[in-house]
Write a protein that binds this ligand. Structure first.
Ligand SMILES: C[S@@+](CC[C@H](N)C(=O)[O-])C[C@H]1O[C@@H](n2cnc3c(N)ncnc32)[C@H](O)[C@@H]1O
Length: 209
């Protein structure tokens, strides 16, 4: 492990045992989950905003969901979307064991089917971590659901560093889609947004209009 990473890991509070178990199962089963540092950031954001209305797109085993759920105020709620029933069945077991099942509403449908009809408004945080080719559409459909000053957080915006490399004709479709998304996200008229080199590249934007 790099010096900085190992220093940060040893300096920070130990990870909750259930998060650690879920993280290990995710890695063992080769499920793409957010980095631990991204999980910690999500937890801090939820805590500092006292966020109690959160929408997540891309649940998988519920690792990022659980980081946020454990920081939720008592009346807080997370709506999380993922069409993969097998993955979310694992997530549900962890939510139950962590005592947060009642605060999480899991929807097993593709995000682009749910978002146009999603009835909630005034969300505090929207966390996007699903199919990269759909990021732009997801952003446009979900922004109107976010309260003014609410945050949209997006994972994988550096895609292992490949997004930051010089564009090449052989770049794969995901790299191209993320580059295009980053342009939209970072210059979006409704957002004050930045991109942090944290985890796999974390976008954070606050809704300003
Ligand atoms: C990177 S994983 C999510 C990881 C999770 N956020 C975590 O850190 O624990 C991406 C997930 O997006 C889901 N996904 C794929 N297409 C989707 C869609 N159209 N709508 C919502 N989720 C989708 C996949 O099934 C996959 O489980």
């Amino acid at each position: 492990m790099h010096d900085i990473e190992s220093y940060l890991e040893s300096a920070q509070r130990p990870v909750d045992p259930i998060l650690l178990e879920l993280e290990q199962q995710g890695h063992r089963d080769e499920i793409p989950i957010v980095s631990r540092s991204t999980g910690r950031l999500l937890s801090v954001l939820v805590a500092c905003m006292q966020a109690n209305r959160i929408l997540e797109i891309g649940t998988a085993y519920g690792y990022s969901t659980l980081w946020m759920a454990l920081a939720l105020p008592p009346a807080g709620k997370i709506w999380t979307i993922d069409p993969d029933n097998d993955r979310t069945a694992v997530a549900t077991q962890y939510f139950e064991r962590a005592g947060v099942r009642d605060q999480i509403d899991l929807m097993n449908q593709p995000a682009l089917e749910i978002l146009p009809l999603f009835p909630q408004r005034n969300l505090d945080i929207i966390f996007i971590d699903a199919d990269k080719a759909e990021y732009e559409e997801i952003l446009e459909l979900s922004l109107p659901l976010l309260k003014l000053s609410g945050l949209v957080v997006v994972d994988n915006l550096l895609w292992g560093g490949r997004v930051a490399q010089k564009p090449h004709k052989d770049d794969d479709e995901t790299v191209k889609a993320i580059r295009k998304f980053n342009k939209t996200f970072l210059n979006h008229p409704s957002l004050d947004a930045t991109l942090l080199p944290l985890g796999d590249g974390t976008g954070i934007g606050s809704r300003i209009r």
